[in-house]
Write a protein that binds this ligand. Structure first.
Ligand code: F0G
Length: 459
């Protein structure tokens, strides 16, 4: 007998432990935002009603992950938790060496410290902020090579996260000697949470092989990327997600990873790679800054949470719910006439603030203005991914970023459909009253990663 099929895709879990949400008034939020210098990173999380700042480390762990926390082996060296972690990583990403790190950027820092340096160039489909900053901190140059479609928010393309392979080939033709590694970010977070196809990854691999340059994945959202491959790429509809992930890994020589995203942990990451010599150099640096290579900045219990989370991340019932719930938000905003990046990303819906607030020029930070307005209107915290994040260059100059987006990132297994319905109402109300919004100027900012701590003032 055929299973009945219903339209509603439910959260495939029950809630087991809850945290209260503190309600605030609009007047209080106006005051708190001003006190925070109009920077949402400077707010107290308690003063936020729905927190869509990031999907990083903000997910709810499962009962099995909490059980792993109890099992954590806190031995300094050779803890059983490390081997459970390593085996879980290698089950999906069979790289020879796995170095745990406290989060993704620590893996980036170790790798780029070893392979980067002045005169070096690191291409990526699109570098995330910390990746770019860690490349640039070594004196190297970070180059983004997304396909042209990626930069048109309203244009639909099934794999908008793809890398421009011809541009990569041109870059390597000119200066392969200066390129220590090519990166592909799955999914492409800064580019709108868009997936990369296996066909594209295979072409990138071929170009890398032709020029003798290693290929690394920034794998933070590998499972969501694999789900998109399964449902969008011809030939993969009946391939298990875990096998798609292994195929992605088989095309690469290594990866950096934040376990705070798809692996459903609150902390953790790793650097994995095949090259023995490079691994040894990275391990030496890891001992210097992260810790002994069987814990790498993490407690044994954290390693357990990651190991268990990895098996839950590739569960297809979970992934179907995850991607559908993000789509639900995107579809509602699109129907309300809010310009959004399409197709919708895996972990987030990105509002095109430059289009919505067309009366505010990029150097008056329309993304920052919109994210502040969403907070004042309904206590919804989001993040600007635009000129505040990417507009300032290492030489001190400032130009508009490729896009001014506001990201509504969905923490994993944390909010229910009614929370999202509330968010939809808040965004729709702000969009309706958009003409009243004014630009902002920066009052004070550091010279790198300024979005985390800059202060602003309304114009
Ligand atoms: N790479 C990508 C694609 C990311 O999205 C992030 C983090 C990192 C690397 C760094 O990992 O935070 O563990 O050090 N992204 C978070 C976000 C912060 O909000 O998108 P980390």
């Amino acid at each position: 007998m055929q299973e009945p099929s219903y339209r509603t895709i439910i959260e495939p879990f029950r809630i087991h432990s809850v945290q209260p949400i503190r309600m605030t008034t609009r007047a209080a939020r106006e005051e708190m935002l001003a006190a925070a210098g109009y920077n949402l990173f400077r707010l107290h999380a308690e003063d936020v009603i729905i927190d869509l700042l990031t999907d990083s480390g903000t997910g709810a762990m499962s009962a099995e992950q909490w059980a792993g926390i109890q099992r954590g082996d806190e031995s300094y060296a050779g803890a059983s938790s490390f081997f459970r972690f390593r085996d879980a990583v290698q089950n999906l990403f069979p790289f020879r060496h796995v170095l745990p790190t406290h989060q993704g950027r620590a893996a980036e820092r170790i790798l780029f410290s070893v392979v980067g340096g002045a005169g070096k160039v690191v291409p990526n489909n699109t570098h995330f902020d910390t990746t770019r900053a860690n490349v640039e901190a070594t004196g190297a140059t970070a180059v983004d090579l997304p396909i042209p479609e990626a930069l048109v928010p309203g244009l639909r393309h099934p794999f908008k996260g793809n890398m421009d392979v011809a541009a990569l080939a041109r870059l390597l033709e000119e200066q392969a000697g200066n390129v220590p590694v090519v990166f592909v970010t799955v999914t492409n977070n800064s580019g709108g949470g868009q997936p990369v196809s296996l066909a594209n990854l295979r072409e990138v691999r071929e170009v890398c092989t032709r020029f003798g340059v290693p290929l690394f994945l920034d794998g933070c959202r590998f499972a969501e990327n694999a789900w998109f491959v399964k449902v969008r790429e011809p030939g993969y509809e009946s391939v298990p997600v875990a096998d798609i992930v292994r195929e992605m890994a088989s095309l690469a020589d290594g990866m950096t990873m934040s376990a705070k995203k798809d692996p459903l942990a609150n902390m953790g990451g790793w650097l994995a790679l095949n090259d023995d010599d490079l691994a040894e150099r990275c391990r030496r640096l890891e001992i210097l800054t992260e810790g002994f290579p069987t814990y790498g900045g993490l407690a044994g219990r954290d390693l357990e949470a990651v190991a268990q989370g990895l098996s839950e991340a590739v569960d297809e019932v979970y992934l179907r719910y995850r991607i559908r719930s993000t789509e639900y938000l995107g579809e509602a905003l699109e129907a309300a006439g809010v310009p959004v990046v399409v197709p919708f990303g895996g972990h987030a819906v990105f509002v095109d603030a430059r289009a919505l607030l067309a009366h505010i020029p990029p150097l008056e930070y329309p993304g920052q203005v919109l994210s502040c307005a969403l907070y004042v209107e309904g206590g919804v915290r989001t993040s600007e991914i635009g000129t505040v994040m990417f507009g300032l260059h290492p030489d001190g100059s400032e130009t508009p970023a490729a896009m001014d987006l506001v990201r509504l990132a969905i923490p994993r297994r944390t909010y229910t459909q009614s929370h999202i319905d509330y968010v939809i109402e808040v965004v729709t109300a702000v969009a309706r009253d958009r003409q009243a919004l004014k630009g902002m100027r920066i009052v004070d900012a550091p010279s790198a990663l300024r979005h985390f701590s800059a202060t602003f003032a309304p114009l």
